[in-house]
Write a new protein. Structure first.
Lengths: 415, 149
């Protein structure tokens, strides 16, 4: 299919706004061609995942854009980098990698991206409007943006996100088109015990199960009794996007595009109705852990996605002035740090033994001690999925309260 | 599982949408490939992945070795092969890993996919913009995969 471009798009491609913009436009157009998109769509904002260091090539690309004078043309927040620029935490990156990671972060700032450095941009004031087209990267940010905010984005991978941010255009395909946002299957949780829905750890477990069942399909969750709060939806979405290729989910009566099951099915019969039983849920709960029968833990990490201020407050209350014997990492963004400092929460958490990690997190950069056979406890479905591969730690799973009690005693405590 | 019929050959390709012939392997007449991203000719051994892979976390960007312990081809380097993929899963940083492999000169010699994968192939597009030697990418219908190895 030939890609149709408007006059403004042709002008950008021809270099009217400089060679950096032209290069970004070539990447957008080539991607559109690979995706079989007939045209491009204007996007209102971007969230960029490309500033995390994976190797020197990414730094060289960002610096090329910078040298060519490219600037973002729309609001663009940054996902985490490999360094905590605030100095709240330290990491073990070797000197060359540290230098290149820093250059990468700097280049993206020079291009005009906001130094938000968070995977929860939607809790840091970046909330695109319902129905607006945007270009977001990072799987949890994408799924929250689509599902909870109802803005429209595809899963923009590394380098296409920044190309869209510079040009202000994205391939018009996939989830930008309303007809592709309908649910095709029903994930019925009405058989699960009512009380479970109020548990914090219910949502990442349910999200992990949903992701496995959904793959890349769009489903509607049926039977959620009331809005569980944004932090619960954040945990559900992040987990679903790490066990599956989920870019958009709906929860009937909760998320904005799904007032009820019938509407979001578009009046069609679902291809499948999955009845989720208490046994299915219990099985997934067991599978959150990768090690069994452990008697001690070596670290606790929470905050994937980054903790909200509310979650930090709850953490402090749960610790209640006690001392933690296990290294405890709480990952959040600088949008929360200000309030942590002004309220005295940072001091209180650090006095208990919590390492506050800002701008980055423990599964994308080596912050935790290198420890073969180490055991990490977490309340995050996403950490549970990625920690074994990225850190070498085995994982046990528990609620935030269980994580705290375990860190107080040094051994896994389950309520 | 990876029964190899020796070297395969793909001619240099000029433009997306063109057709080139993959020669060698189990089919004497060769198979036709649709060019997704043109690139240099490749003569190399095939590596046919039998399960989808997540490049981020699944392929070591420093060595090109398949690092995902749950993947059937775990431990095999993809550098210099004609890499045939049944699909990719997981993180959208696949492009970053492929770009890093290209920059380190340990990328596959050519990439063959069932479906155009815009996330992965962005690594090739960026490499071309950077002026680095990037492999060509092709689409091959799933039905024809079996003839390759």
């Amino acid at each position: 299919m030939a890609l149709e471009l408007g006059t403004q798009e042709e002008a950008l491609l021809a270099g009217q706004s400089g060679e950096g913009v032209a290069m970004a436009m070539r990447l957008v157009c080539e991607s559109a061609r690979l995706l079989n998109a007939p045209s491009l769509v204007k996007v209102a904002s971007a969230h960029i995942d490309g500033a995390l260091y994976h190797g020197d090539s990414g730094t060289l690309f960002a610096e090329r854009l910078q040298e060519l004078g490219a600037k973002v043309s729309i609001r663009s927040t940054l996902n985490v980098g490999a360094l905590d620029l605030t100095g709240c935490s330290t990491n073990r990156l070797p000197p060359h990698e540290r230098d290149m990671a820093k250059r990468l972060m700097k280049a993206y700032m020079t291009i005009g991206c906001e130094p938000s450095w968070t995977c929860s941009p939607y809790q840091a004031g970046h909330r695109p409007a319902l129905g607006s087209d945007v270009a977001w990267g990072e799987s949890n940010a994408v799924v929250f943006c689509n599902s909870v905010l109802g803005a429209r984005t595809n899963r923009y991978g590394d380098y296409l996100d920044i190309a869209c941010a510079i040009t202000g255009f994205a391939p018009k395909t996939g989830l930008h088109l309303p007809e592709n946002r309908l649910a095709t299957f029903v994930f019925d949780v009405s058989g699960l015990p009512f009380a479970e829905f109020a548990e914090e750890s219910f949502w990442p477990i349910l999200g992990s199960l949903y992701g496995k069942r959904a793959g890349t399909s769009i489903g509607v969750v049926k039977g959620v009794p009331r809005h569980p709060g944004e932090d619960a939806l954040k945990a559900f979405g992040a987990a679903s996007a790490s066990t599956g290729g989920v870019g958009l989910f709906h929860i009937a009566g909760v998320t904005p595009e799904a007032p009820d099951v019938e509407t979001i099915l578009g009046g069609k019969a679902p291809l499948e109705v999955m009845q989720i039983s208490a046994a299915d849920f219990a099985d997934q709960k067991r599978r959150m852990a990768t090690v069994q029968g452990v008697t001690s833990i070596d670290a606790v990490a929470i905050g994937s996605p980054h903790l909200s201020l509310e979650e930090c407050r709850r953490l402090d209350l749960m610790i209640g002035g006690r001392s933690l014997v296990t290294p405890f990492y709480a990952c959040t963004g600088r949008h929360v740090l200000k309030d942590l400092e002004s309220s005295g929460l940072r001091k209180s958490l650090e006095a208990a033994g919590v390492t506050v990690v800002i701008d980055t997190c423990v599964v994308v950069t080596p912050i935790m001690k290198e420890l073969s056979g180490g055991v990490l406890m977490t309340n995050s479905g996403k950490f549970a999925q990625y920690a074994p591969g990225n850190t070498g730690y085995g994982v046990v799973f528990g609620s935030m309260a269980e994580c705290v009690e375990s860190a107080v005693s040094g051994r896994p405590v389950h309520a | 599982m990876l029964e190899s019929h020796g070297m395969l050959h793909i001619d240099e390709s000029k433009a997306a949408g063109d057709t080139v012939r993959l020669q060698g392997g189990g089919k004497p007449e060769g198979v036709e490939l649709e060019v997704l991203i043109p690139g240099p000719a490749a003569s190399a051994k095939p590596l046919v992945l039998t399960a989808p892979i997540s490049f981020w976390g699944g392929v070591d960007p420093k060595t090109s070795v398949i690092a995902d312990v749950r993947h059937p081809q775990h431990g095999i380097p993809i550098a210099g092969t004609i890499l045939t993929l049944p699909g990719t899963i997981g993180s959208s940083s696949a492009s970053a890993v492929l770009l890093e492999l290209i920059h380190r000169n340990i990328a596959p010699a050519a990439i063959i996919l069932h479906e155009p994968d815009a996330i992965l192939l962005l690594g090739v597009l960026v490499a071309r913009e950077m002026g680095w030697k990037a492999p060509a990418a092709f689409r091959l219908d799933r039905r024809n995969f079996t003839g390759l190895c």
